[in-house]
Design a protein around this ligand. Structure first.
Ligand code: HEC
Length: 476
């Protein structure tokens, strides 16, 4: 961090200069708070560039621009109304038109937007900030009275947390600390130093600091299709992060299935938990590292995880990072009953997840991928050879900014499924998307996903050939 601080400062200065020259259009919360254009932090929203990642890791703070007086000072400078307005951002995402080709028919229809999100976020003090999403989903898939149905849902969104820099606490118990742009750092100039540990607690997505973050993808998930109370088709999502096992349940009383494509454990889009992460410099190796430890609730159990990330050679417009993850889930799902696979047994299973991810950015190219393996333990002995205990997912994504206004994205998802042998199928999907940015904050997209394998009837992973979605992504 410190070694890179000149880069950071230059970025901030350049960003501020840029913002004054260009008239700032309708911009979400962070852009308004710091008077910055979106592309100071984003290659294109929601992907972050190196500066945006730093900004995120430091708890939504730009060190040199942090207000020592925090929220109070902002209200004094900008007024209450402006401060509140700067704290809010709004996002609307979703399809306009959708067409799916299955073995027997082609279904085309106009669709309403999938998701409206109100973001409430800002630094309160140089060492404390918060981020809350309030979400409305007109067509959410929910499980009620033993059936899957779609219905309108409004409530707390995927993420709602606060982030606090605990560096000062380490200082109080004797660690050497220093101040940098109103932020507390642990360590010494030139020697070992650390930013953090940061505590992120509430409803969190811990993979936000991973080389492949679950939440920041240009190709969004498609819709889950339900029919007659059952899931007819799973969504197309990055298979690396999913549950991967056919036949598991989320709970025992309601017997809600854990869908094969649910994004779980460390790679959840958001779950209650506490995450500690710190950025280390001059520690054992010559590259900045991020160390992350945390706990997450999941269904009726909980997860403990550790992740490690190394950032290599950040220069000009290039960056490269690799991450490794190990995650143990204690009683996070229920195994199926050996005599009736449609019911959960009385056994909660443990789940081990481990894997790697990498991200390389160079000029307009942004390539990221993850390979993640899962293994389940404590199955009822009666299941014997009927249940495959291991599963693996691979996801590779490539975004290319072909033109200021055009982002081309492709993604390949491979699932080597686990779970009930008489139900499970592997999946391979290729997706291609063109996103046209009318302005920095309004984009239209057209995507096509292709099932690269044969179709399998009555299997929600494979009962389709091709899916086209036209949609809009609007941020304000
Ligand atoms: C100072 C840095 C900064 C600026 C400027 C900025 N953003 Fe962001 N933005 C972030 C960070 C950090 C996140 C990640 C939040 C997360 O992953 O939890 C984010 C997330 C987002 C997301 C994803 C939110 C979600 O979770 O669904 C969108 C969309 C977005 N920004 C749009 C924009 C647009 C549009 C602009 C300009 C008008 C902009 N941002 C300007 C830092 C910034």
């Amino acid at each position: 961090m410190l070694r890179r601080s000149p880069v950071l400062l230059a970025l901030v200065t350049a960003g501020i200069g840029f913002a004054y020259v260009q008239s700032v259009e309708a911009v979400p919360a962070f852009a308004r708070q710091y008077d910055l254009q979106c592309n100071v932090c984003h290659t294109r929203p929601p992907r972050l560039n190196s500066f945006g990642e730093q900004f995120h890791m430091m708890g939504f703070q730009i060190p040199s621009a942090a207000r020592p007086g925090g929220l109070g000072e902002s209200i004094k400078d900008k007024g209450l109304a402006q401060t509140i307005l700067d704290t809010l951002a709004f996002r609307m995402e979703g399809g306009i038109f959708e067409s799916t080709k299955s073995p027997h028919d082609t279904e085309s229809r106009f669709v309403p937007p999938e998701e409206f999100t109100l973001f409430v976020t800002r630094p309160l003090l140089p060492d404390l900030s918060f981020f809350v999403e309030i979400e409305a989903e007109p067509n959410a898939v929910v499980f009620e009275d033993g059936r899957f149905v779609t219905k309108g849902e409004v409530g707390l969104g995927k993420e709602a947390f606060f982030m606090a820099n605990l560096g000062q606490v380490l200082g109080l118990i004797g660690a050497p600390t220093m101040q940098m742009g109103n932020q507390t750092m642990v360590g010494r100039h030139g020697g070992f130093n650390m930013h953090g540990p940061m505590l992120m607690a509430g409803k969190i997505d811990p993979s936000t600091n991973f080389s492949y973050p679950t939440n920041r993808q240009l190709i969004a998930a498609t819709e889950t299709e339900v029919k007659a109370g059952e899931v007819e088709r799973f969504p197309v999502v990055p298979y690396a992060f999913t549950s991967k096992f056919f036949g598991l349940f989320k709970d025992r009383d309601e017997a809600e299935p854990q869908l094969v494509t649910d994004q779980v454990m460390y790679n959840t889009p958001g779950a209650p938990g506490a995450d500690f992460h710190a950025m280390l410099n001059n520690f054992l190796i010559d590259h900045p590292q991020v160390i992350q430890l945390g706990f997450l609730r999941e269904n009726e159990g909980w997860n403990a995880y550790a992740a490690w990330r190394v950032d290599f050679g950040e220069r000009d417009q290039s960056a490269f990072s690799v991450s490794a993850l190990i995650n143990w889930g204690f009683g996070v799902a229920w195994a199926p009953d050996p005599t009736d696979h449609d019911r959960p047994s009385d056994r909660r299973i443990d789940r081990l997840r481990y894997g790697v991810a990498a991200n390389a950015r160079w000029k307009g190219l942004d390539v990221y991928g993850a390979l993640i393996r899962d293994q389940v333990f404590d199955l009822p002995s009666g299941l014997g050879g009927e249940f495959d205990r291991t599963a693996t997912g691979l996801t590779l994504a490539l975004d290319y900014l072909a033109h200021e206004q055009v982002m081309l994205s492709t993604r390949f998802d491979q699932l080597w499924a686990g779970g009930l042998r008489d139900e499970k199928q592997d999946g391979s999907v290729f997706s291609l998307q063109v996103k046209y940015f009318l302005w920095q904050n309004i984009a239209f997209f057209a995507r096509d996903s292709v099932n690269l394998r044969s179709t399998v009837e009555h299997n929600p992973l494979r009962e389709w050939r091709n899916q086209v979605v036209l949609g809009i992504d609007w941020d304000f």
